[in-house]
Each structure stands twice: as C-alpha cells, then as structure tokens.
Design a protein. Structure first.
Ligand code: GDD
Ligand code: MG
Length: 360
C-alpha cells in the first residue's frame, strides 16, 4: 500500500481568469479536470490512498471525485481554513494517513504533468534510505523554480527556492514537485502555522544533516501554472505525447467530448479538445486549444494555442492566439487577440475593437 498527499490548495493566480471560479486542479485539460490525470497516474503506480490538501475553493473537489471508488482508490479531503503553504498543508494532510513512521509517503504538487516513473522514485528512496527523495528535472531558466544541486551520488547539497541572484544559479537541476517523504519526517514540520517546504523545511533538514536524495529524470515534465503551459499540457495529453489513463477518448489530433458540435468545413488539430455543447462553426480553425463546455467559435474565426472558457464565444473572423477567454465572455467579430491576452469572465468585446499592430 502506498499513500500520497496531493497539494491542491494554491490560488492559481497566474491562470486567472480561469481560476476565478475553478481551482487550478479542477480546470479541464484534455476533457477532464487536470487532477483526474494526476490521480489516474498515481493509481497506475500503485497508490491506493490520496489525501487531497485543499484550501482555495475547497468545496468543489469532493462532489466531483467523491470517495475515489470510481477511480479505484481511496480519497480523503483535508481543508485548510487559511492556506498553510506547501509544508503546512503536508503536515495537516498527514493526520489522515495510516502509514507507519518509516513508510514512504508520496507528495505531489497539484499542477505538474509528468511521465515520471512514480514507483521507481519510491524504490530509489528506499534504496537510498533518504529522509526525503525529490524528483528533479532540468530547466533552461531555473528562476521560477527550486534550484537543487546534488553530488554525484544524488545527495542534495542545497535547496534555493526561486533564485534571483545570478550567483545562486549553480546548476540547471530544479525541483520537479514530486517527493517521497519518510513519514516521520513529515511529523517534524510545525503544525498549525504556514510553512513553505521549499523555503523552510528542506533548507532546515539539510542544515541538520538529513539525507535528501535527488533523482534527475528527464521524461516529459511541465508545470501548468501559466496559461500557455496549461494549454500545451492539454494538447500533449490529447495527442498522446504524454500518456494518461484518464483521457476520455482515443489519442489523436483532436478530441471531441460527447455533445460537441463541429460544422463541416471547420478545421481542428494540434491536440484541440472541444467540450460538451461547444460549437465550432463552418470555416473556423481551432489548433492546439482548449474549448470548454458550451463555448462557441463562429464562422471563419481562428483560435490557436488558447483556452476558451465555458460558454464563452469568439465572433466571426476573429483571431485568438495564445490567449485566455474567461467563462461567459463574448468576443465580437473581427478582433485580433494576441499572445498573453486575457479576456475576463463575462466581459463583452465589441466587433472590431481590438487590433494587433506590430509597428506601434
Ligand atoms: N493545500 C495547499 N495550501 N496547497 C498549496 C498551498 C497552500 O497554502 N500553496 C501552494 N499549494 C499547492 C499548489 O496548489 C500547487 O499544487 C503546489 O502547492 C505548488 O505551488 P505553486 O504555487 O504551483 O508553486 P510554484 O509552481 O511556484 O513552485 C513549486 O513548484 C515548482 C515546480 O513546478 C515549488 O515546489 C518549486 O520548488 C518547484 O520547482
Ligand atoms: Mg506550480
């Protein structure tokens, strides 16, 4: 039996407006809440019990996932009234574990899509006899991550969260957001107050001489914290570039959920997913995008690498590239939304109101 804690309490600020009404792990990727992919992957690796550490919009998780029996695993929900940070959340969620003091407990950040061999990480942890084992990957720009240099045996030498000074950037190895803790190590995290595992727990363990073991693994890995990454993750799931047992259909260039309507002459590709009751009209092009339930893409519109919120609409001949359109927003015809544009939920953009000019 392996138990896991899944951190699902962040505000998802970088994904706004999508996360105004929906917590990040519940935003659909490839047709199901992203969390469903993570749980299915954990189940496939032999995890039998997951404690979901929730905080922001905590009430939406249990009605969807219930006790986990539909997934073939047990789910328990632990909610922080005030966010306790990553370490505080792990400490509070651990009360719901049944593992013994020396048992391995997995911890997952709730916004990572990876092809990591989870069972292999647990094996490596047991072999190393580590207090904590960390999945590490490599990043071209480590400034948004935890920087984790190791020696040639894999022993972690240091942990610097979001290094800002060039002198701090001594490696390209970063914390990939999946850990194996020896259960008793979790019990040393202070209870009832905010704790960052990255800024407090890991540095303190290292200072005390504990063995933190890093496993560098270069399989598929993406943090979904930003819209462009979230949309890419969904497209990669649809296309089977990264496998998920929770994909609600066959892999391919696009995925239509039951009740999606696509007119003859519309063109879909690049791992696009079209939600229930969503409508893609004739002559429209939708590439590499997430079209949520009930959204509409009008005739001749072009949507690339974007997320269209539930019941939103994109008017005729409008181009949307690398943008997020919030739930229930209406973008009129003949607009051009470009990379990074975010249309807030319920907003109304008139016809021909937004144009892109590279010259000014
Ligand atoms: N329950 C709970 N309570 N969960 C939380 C809280 C909290 O107070 N704060 C954050 N989380 C959850 C988030 O929902 C997410 O699943 C996870 O903890 C990590 O938080 P992020 O806000 O996504 O952190 P990050 O992406 O800036 O950095 C983290 O991930 C990087 C890898 O993607 C750190 O762990 C970095 O060291 C790491 O490199
Ligand atoms: Mg993150």
């Amino acid at each position: 039996m392996t138990e896991a804690i899944l951190l699902a309490g962040g505000k998802g600020s970088r994904l706004r407006p999508v996360t105004l009404h929906t917590p990040k792990p519940m935003v659909p990727a490839a047709g199901v809440p992203f969390l469903a992919h993570q749980l299915a992957r954990a189940k496939a690796a032999g995890v039998t019990h997951v404690v979901l550490a929730t905080s922001y919009l905590a009430e939406v998780f249990e009605p969807y996932f219930g006790d986990g029996s539909a997934l073939g695993m047990r789910l328990t929900y632990v909610t922080e009234d005030q966010p306790l940070g990553t370490g505080g959340a792990i400490r509070s969620a651990a009360d719901a574990l049944t593992s013994g003091p020396a048992d391995p407990v997995l911890v997952f950040n709730g916004d990572i899509l990876t092809g990591l061999d989870i069972a292999g990480l647990v094996d490596a942890h047991q072999r190393a006899g580590a207090a904590v084992t960390l999945h590490l990957t490599r990043a071209d720009d480590p400034r948004e991550y935890g920087l984790v240099p190791t020696d040639d045996t894999g022993r972690v030498l240091d942990f610097t969260e979001k290094p800002q000074h060039p002198d701090e950037i001594v490696t390209d190895q970063i914390n990939a957001g999946c850990y194996v803790f020896r259960r008793e190590v979790i019990d040393t995290i202070p209870a009832g107050r905010p704790v960052s595992v990255e800024r407090e727990t890991f540095p303190q363990l290292l200072a005390a001489g504990a063995l933190l073991h890093g496993v560098v693994d270069r399989t598929y890995w993406l943090d979904l914290g930003r819209p462009a990454c979230f949309v890419k993750a969904s497209a990669d799931l649809v296309r089977g570039i990264v496998a998920s047992p929770a994909l609600p259909g066959p892999t391919g260039e696009y995925l239509l959920l039951p009740g999606a309507q696509v007119a003859d002459g519309a063109k879909l590709g690049g791992g696009t997913v079209v939600g229930a009751g969503a409508r893609i009209e004739a002559g429209a092009v939708v590439e590499g995008s997430i079209v949520l339930d009930g959204a509409r893409v009008a005739e001749g519109a072009q949507v690339y690498d974007s997320l269209l919120g539930a019941r939103s609409s994109v008017g005729r001949n409008t181009t949307v590239t690398g943008a997020v359109v919030g739930d229930d927003a209406e973008v009129g015809s003949a607009n051009e939304l470009t990379d990074g544009a975010r249309v807030w939920c319920d907003a109304r953009i008139p016809d021909a109101a937004i144009r892109f000019s590279p010259d000014c």
